[in-house]
Design a binder for this molecule. Sequence first.
Ligand code: G3H
Ligand code: 13P
Ligand code: ZN
Length: 387
Amino acid sequence: MSDYRLSPFFTVLQAAEKASQQGGSAAIGAFNVNFFTQAQGVLEGLRRADAPAIIQASKGANKFQGGPDKIFYMLTRAMEDSGHTLPVALHLDHGNVEKGEECADSGYSGIMIDASEEEFHLNVAVTRGMVAYAHPKGVGVEGEYGQLAGVEEDVSSEETVYAKPEKVVEFFRRTGADALAIAYGTSHGPNKGTNISDLKTEIVRDSYRNMEAAGLVDDHFLVGHGSSTVPQELVEEINSLGGNIQGARGVPLEKIKEGIEFGLRKINIDTDLRLGITATTRKFFRDNPSAAEVDALKGAREVLDSQLDAIDPRDYFGAVKPFDILREPPAESGIQAFIDLMELIKERIAVHVEFLVNEFGSAGLAGSVENLSLEDMSRRYGGDGNC
Ligand code: G3H
Ligand code: 13P
Ligand code: ZN
């Protein structure tokens, strides 16, 4: 395990709450990553904006890289390589108990335990169990209450089950969780199909008000999942380059910002990055037709030519694992094409991340994150799983 230091989940989120209380509404960007270049691009965008962040990996991302220790290594290596010294927390996204424990033992700073499909009392029990495991290690916990429409790994719901603001304080009190994803009408993926009236940001506002009345807001944080904006120009770019993505629609940025003003402190973004990577890769193949002959890129070209709606880079970079190639470039001629593509992807991600964290109000907040280690955080939690 690299000893490159990650920041606690808690202190990163607390910086956004403190800034918000001082009048500048802010939320931390939480960016999903699957592969090395993606992590490098996010870090570069954060540096340009002087922003702290949460970098997160789903169960699928952990599997893709071969386990939580590989994701930890991949991220800390990307930080070391670029001399990244701004606060970054590594978080498991939509985890279960088994993966949560594995990640808490692998250097992660936060765990999301998604038991949102369970009845409230069971959801509380599972989340509380995760807190009891994670907090003594200084690892923060995010629960989920209510259900986002759509499929997220093994949790799916046809319709949004909106969170009830009057249950939010109870959830925090009974679980001891640091953060809570509340369903207010967003959904995962590029086809959010959301009508603007389905986005009930008043759920965020009323939840935060109830937390304020209960004295919870200084150390408990609300999270917005499914927050990709799905820029239409990106979708059009992909379609003009041979893709076929229909009906893609994201959350209007204004609604996300309203949610932040009302109390969201963590904003989850995955799909926007996937779209940017896909557009860049398709454009690269158009501009460099001979790149399709490079061994490391052949598979990607075939998948993009046959699956016109593909946007998940794991589908087309599945076999090549960019990190392995970049660490030990094969002697094969043409590898420069692969490296060039990765540089373009990194830049595309950096530009979007910089833009988003500026919009979320967390640009410039890197210096206000309390400088604690996970060991310090464990003591802060009291070492017994309580807040
Ligand atoms: O909800 C989070 C991300 O979109 C995770 O996606 O499970 O396909 O990695 P994934
Ligand atoms: P998007 O699909 O909108 O990017 O949502 C990401 C997310 O919520 C990850 O947990
Ligand atoms: Zn999510």
